[in-house]
Design a binder for this molecule. Structure first.
Ligand SMILES: [Zn+2]
Ligand SMILES: [Zn+2]
Length: 379
């Protein structure tokens, strides 16, 4: 009745009867295995090098490159004699004729235990996208845009604002960029406001619009010195695009488009210059002549619209009349469905060949003249 003596279960022996269990490898065995592995690898590499050399020499002399009939060509001979076309882009290798393109990205021997391929050795062609080499400063993305001008990092906000102000003054020929005024200048050469004779003229207008005017006079005479857009000049004064593009004929200011900075910039014209030209003998002669021309064009447009409407109306009337005439010939009752109204004869269907409807399996025949369809049941 005593408790059984605790014992370990019998050892599971994987080896069959008569075989010794496989013990751990001795250092001597390990060394031998490693040696054999390296020998085999060296042999294989040597063999491959020989093969490659053979196919290369065969490729240079065509008579020996012909494979023997009925013999399978080796893979190396095929790849070596048929190099991929030059248009093939293979990012894995730079040498297209290499038999083993992946060799290019094999890691150093010591690292083969950890990584199979070293992708840092790979040439990344970016698959056709713009690379950093193509566009090192990414100009394609950051198209210069005045409105989005950014403060350089090395500038304080105050410095940046000052620079922007100076740039705008330079653009507008104001402040320090105004051409020098000197009382010593010859009076006749001095540029003065064409209204009040002041020397404080807008130099930008002087330069770009060839108009010497001071700022206060600009505001005082808006009927002369307001600015017209290109569209206004074209539609109100009936000027043409070539005339408006002619810088000699009509100078203009260019302003960035207020709606979208990437759109064409606005072209602004000085009202009195536009009127001077439009009312001159070179164009319409007078404001009355311009009005007359405007009137003439308007009536012309109206007449064309009316003429178009009349032709359409007549066309409609004619069609309705033909229809009414046909009906009248048939009498008030008209005709029965299927009657041929144009010949006043009873329509006789001309049945075409019977075609089986694939869905119902019933034959259908169609009249060649009126398109009527009839199902035909066979008994
Ligand atoms: Zn003035
Ligand atoms: Zn019919």
């Amino acid at each position: 009745m005593s408790a059984e003596r605790p014992s370990t279960p019998p050892r599971q022996n994987a080896a069959g009867p008569g075989q010794l269990p496989r013990g751990p490898l001795t250092p001597e065995q390990k060394r031998k295995m490693e040696l054999n592995r390296m020998k085999a690898k060296a042999l294989r590499e040597q063999h491959e090098a020989e093969l490659a050399a053979k196919t290369r020499s065969a490729g240079t002399s065509p008579n020996t490159s012909q494979p023997t009939q009925g013999l399978k060509r080796s893979h190396a001979s095929m790849t070596a004699s048929n190099p991929p076309p030059s248009t093939v882009r293979d990012a894995r290798t730079t040498a297209l004729s290499s038999d083993r393109p992946l060799d290019e990205i094999k890691p150093a021997r010591n690292f083969t235990r950890y990584v199979e391929y070293d992708f840092s050795k790979m040439t990344d062609t970016k698959g056709g996208f713009l690379t950093q080499e193509d566009d090192p400063f990414n100009k394609a993305l950051h198209v210069p845009d005045d409105k989005e001008a950014q403060k350089p990092a090395n500038m304080t906000q105050r410095e940046w604002e000052r620079q922007q102000l100076l740039q705008s003054l330079r653009r507008n020929r104001e402040g320090p960029f105004e051409p020098g005024l000197s009382v010593l200048d010859d009076k006749s050469k001095q540029k003065t406001c064409r209204e009040c004779g002041s020397l404080e003229i807008d130099w930008k207008w002087e330069e770009q619009l060839r108009c010497q005017i001071c700022h206060s006079c600009k505001d005082k005479y808006p009927d002369k010195y307001s600015l017209l857009t290109k569209t206004e000049a074209r539609e109100d004064y009936l000027l043409t695009d070539p005339e408006l593009r002619d810088e000699e004929l009509l100078p203009h200011l260019e302003k960035p488009n207020p709606h979208k900075s990437t759109w064409n910039s606005m072209m602004l014209y000085l009202r009195y210059q536009v009127e001077e030209y439009a009312f001159s003998d070179k164009k319409w002669g007078s404001s009355e002549a311009l009005d007359a021309e405007f009137e003439r064009r308007e009536t012309d447009k109206k007449r064309r619209r009316e003429a178009k409407f009349k032709t359409k109306l007549n066309d409609l009337k004619k069609r309705t009349r033909v229809e009414a005439y046909r009906r009248n010939r048939q009498g008030a009752a008209g005709g029965d469905f299927g009657d041929d109204l144009s010949t006043n004869r009873k329509h006789v269907h001309q049945w075409g060949r019977t075609v089986d409807n694939p869905e119902t399996g019933i034959g259908v025949k169609t009249c060649v003249d009126c398109g009527m369809e009839v199902e035909e049941l066979e008994f």
